[in-house]
Write a protein that binds this ligand. Structure first.
Ligand code: FES
Ligand SMILES: [Fe+2]
Length: 347
């Protein structure tokens, strides 16, 4: 189940260049490129003539030419040339998806173009464009539906067990035992967890010289359609001394490729040792290893779930409440999309 009327992450600005590139979002094949003027454009990759992939075509001046029979489209998607046919049928076009750029990221709107709302729905990724923060980032292609990835991120009690070498606390269960506080604001779900007086996780030690025990503050927020932003603050136990601890944010930018595959971009951006390349490397290595563990578990889980709805699971726990709220919101937003546009705009 997908929310279509939403902005999906299509790449960082530098990922979209002048070459035609096929991408898949929500099961749809899309061709993306930059026009000679530098504007990012996304069309259905299916030529409306005989369905040749337009990503096999070429840019000819200010037109995209299909590689099969040479039909040409302008950068709004309108068909402007059919070889050997002087008159072009009214309305002939390829589907064009709204595209926006913000925070150094390119966003694609997969739903009805008339509902594309720039300000309301592009998530706030401003920290990514803030030079006071230092990012490392990567991508994982996951052979599982995106909702399993979101479940993973909205229930971090797994870190003690799945990530003992990076994010887990010594003694294991402390993260799972810590009290979590979940709030729902509109369509966002936020879960806060404070783990007091614990050992620093191995990854923290690898990037920061932390003496003694710590208090660990974790905030995870789900932002529709499928983003999870995690904020981490670590301070020496019993203090509010962030300068002696560490602070980072993790942007989990989850994009459904199709029902069973997910493209999972991650960015960890930190507010300490911004210029230290060794810290960047350690943070990248640790995060990459952690997310490989997540990916392996999520893919294994997806294999076990083949043919069974996750809702049919038989042992719900207290911690499942938060991911369950997220799922309800996704369902509700997807259901609302079935209402005709006229109902929202009125007569
Ligand atoms: S399939 Fe594209 S021009 Fe024929
Ligand atoms: Fe994890």
């Amino acid at each position: 189940m997908f929310i279509r009327n939403a902005w999906y992450f299509a790449g960082f600005a530098g990922d979209i260049g002048g070459a035609l590139a096929e991408r898949r979002f929500l099961g749809e094949s899309v061709v993306m490129f930059r026009t000679p003027a530098g504007r990012a454009v996304a069309f259905s990759n299916r030529c409306p003539h005989r369905f040749a992939p337009l990503s096999m075509g070429r840019l000819v001046g200010d037109r995209l030419q299909c590689a099969y029979h040479g039909i040409e489209f302008d950068f709004s998607g309108r068909c402007v040339h059919i070889p050997g046919q002087p008159k072009i049928q009214k309305g002939a076009c390829v589907r064009a998806y709204p595209v926006e750029e913000r925070w150094g990221c390119v966003w694609i709107w997969m739903g009805e173009p008339a509902r594309a709302s720039v300000d309301a729905l592009i998530p706030e990724f401003g920290v990514l464009a803030d030079p006071r923060w230092a990012p490392v980032h990567g991508v994982k292609e996951v052979a599982a539906g995106y909702e399993l990835v979101i479940d993973n991120l909205m229930d971090l009690t797994h870190i003690a067990y799945l990530h003992p070498n990076t994010l887990g606390n010594q003694g294991g269960a402390q993260a799972a035992e810590a009290e979590a506080h979940t709030t729902v604001k509109g369509e966002r779900v936020r879960v806060e967890r404070v783990i007091r007086d614990c050992e620093p996780a191995p990854l923290y030690r690898s990037v920061r010289d932390i003496a003694g025990r710590i208090d660990r503050y974790q905030y995870s927020e789900f932002v529709p359609p499928c983003y999870v932003l995690i904020e981490l603050k670590v301070m020496p136990a019993g203090t509010q001394d962030l300068a002696s601890g560490l602070e980072w944010r993790v942007f989990h930018i989850v994009t459904p490729t199709d029902e069973r595959h997910t493209s999972y971009r991650w960015v960890v951006t930190r507010h300490f040792a911004q210029d230290d390349a060794q810290v960047s490397q350690a943070l990248w290595d640790g995060t990459n290893a952690t997310l490989d563990e997540d990916r392996a578990m999520i893919e294994a889980q997806a294999r076990m779930l083949e043919g069974t709805s996750l809702d049919a699971r038989t042992l719900p726990t207290r911690h499942d409440g938060t991911p369950a709220r997220v799922r309800r919101i996704i369902r509700e937003l997807a259901r609302r999309e079935e209402a005709p546009l006229v109902a929202e705009t009125g007569p």
